[in-house]
Design a protein around this ligand. Structure first.
Ligand code: GLU
Length: 449
């Protein structure tokens, strides 16, 4: 890890002491502080005003009990979280994650990243994240619904279309958002469409929201490639994950002429040199919620299923990590570089370890960090809020066009900031600086908040 100057190092020490045992949060903060080294040299007022330290402290953190009754009648307990990190630019905004690995450190890092990501979109949204250590795997529809209702019975008091607007993340999709929305409506007696995003179309959701994160990652990749006069057309692409982000990244990359040769789930990966079969993949993963081994079984010859293997061993020009944090480490990066990777864009939040990012950048690989590359999801959530506020709904084509313009803007903001600070093509630096400055300036304009 590059060293921080002494003032930032001292500040980082205080962040560590104030947030003990939260490794993911420490990692996310350190990465941003590394980028701010250059900024504070040119603008010492950011240090003098104490704004950097204030940005590292969440505005509000909520932890609560979620009791629910399983199908056998047994009472179960989970823990719920909502970290409302920063509302300088707009209402708190960010998804909810249901996964057994969830604890305060994970939600805090996600909310911190979300704050800068949302700023990079140029839209008026603050940053938050929430979730629970609830494991949706193997739960019945009824259990999922009762769990969502119990969660909202506590969380509703902190939400509102002008206050805090959750959406989905790992383990939370249209179905869960529907249950959460229904319970919010019952408790508050308000059909407040803009209080949640990622809603189904029948509940005033937005077209393209489901597709947006994956589509946006591919659009961002295309912009990065264009700086080297390259395009996705004809490239081999390897994707990790096979959830919502991965599936729509695969779809968009294929539409743009790339061949997506591999994707993975938590037990293994499929490799298909001629390109994955999209119809079967969506059928198995999106509709039936089955494993990739089932895709491989039905697909038969021409596809290889590697149980327990690393998807990053598959040769490709473009790699899109779309599963979860810290899933791509130094060994994976070495392998990808050896296989001639040209661009890596993060569909997931913080999927690449800091040392692996260093390797990509040293090797001259285009690297798009999640807070820029995957901003299309939350950007389209903001478009959903716009439609809800005006009681309108836009066509797929129009919404996708808006998404494309926003992703172009995100790329532009990162590229310009990186250039201004003497490191053209460094999207990590550019994203951190551009995101930070927008939030910091809005906070400073509001006094000591
Ligand atoms: N969970 C998504 C993200 O990481 C989307 C959040 C939202 O739409 O509010 O950006």
């Amino acid at each position: 890890m590059p060293r921080l100057n002494s003032a930032l190092q001292a500040l980082y020490g205080r962040v560590l002491r104030r947030n003990p045992g939260e490794a993911e949060f420490h990692q996310a903060v350190h990465e941003v502080l590394e980028s701010l080294d250059l900024v504070t040299m040119r603008h010492p007022e950011y240090l003098e005003s104490g704004i950097i330290e204030r940005i590292c402290e969440p505005e509000r953190q909520i932890i609560f009990r979620i009791p629910w009754v399983d199908d056998s009648g047994k009472v179960r307990i989970n823990r719920g979280f909502r970290v409302e990190f920063n509302s300088a630019l707009g209402p708190f905004k960010g998804g909810m994650r249901f996964h057994p690995s969830v604890y305060l450190g994970v939600i805090k890092f996600l909310a911190f990243e979300q704050t800068f990501k949302n700023a990079l979109t140029g839209l008026p949204i603050g940053g938050a994240k929430g979730g629970s250590d609830f494991d949706p795997k193997g739960k019945s529809e009824g259990e999922i619904m009762r769990f969502c209702q119990s969660l909202m019975t506590e969380l509703y008091r902190y939400l509102g279309e002008h206050t805090d607007v959750p959406a989905g993340d790992i383990g939370v999709g249209e179905r869960e958002i529907g249950y959460l929305f229904g319970q919010y409506k019952r408790i508050t007696n308000r059909f407040e469409s803009g209080v949640l995003t990622g809603k189904g179309l029948s509940l005033s959701g937005s077209t393209v929201r489901k597709e947006a994160t994956g589509y946006g990652v591919v659009m961002f990749t295309e912009h990065m490639l264009a700086t080297r006069n390259k395009t996705l057309d004809g490239c081999r692409v390897v994707v990790s994950g096979s959830g919502n982000v991965a599936l729509y990244a695969i779809q968009k990359a294929t539409q743009m002429g790339a061949t997506v040769v591999a994707c993975s789930d938590s037990t293994g990966y499929v490799h298909e040199p001629k390109g994955l079969d999209l119809d079967l993949l969506f059928q198995v993963k999106e509709h039936e919620r089955q494993r990739l081994s089932e895709y491989a079984r039905r697909r038969g010859r021409g596809v290889e299923y590697v149980e327990g293997g690393r998807v990053w061993n598959v040769p490709a020009e473009v790699a899109l990590p779309c599963a979860t944090e810290n899933e791509l480490d130094v060994e994976d990066a070495k392998q990808l570089i050896e296989n001639g990777v040209v661009a890596v864009a993060e569909g997931a939040n913080m999927p690449t370890t800091p040392a692996a990012i260093d390797l990509f950048q040293e090797a001259g690989v285009l690297f798009g960090p999640g807070k820029a590359a995957n901003a299309g999801g939350v950007a389209t959530s903001a478009l959903e809020m716009q439609q809800n506020a005006s009681r309108d709904s836009w066509s797929f084509e129009y919404t996708e066009q808006r998404l494309a313009e926003i992703m172009e803007g995100v790329h532009e903001r990162c590229a310009t900031a990186a250039e201004r600070y003497g490191r053209p093509g460094d999207y990590v630096l550019g994203a951190n600086i551009a995101g930070f400055m927008r939030v910091a300036d809005a906070m400073l304009a509001q006094g000591v908040i």
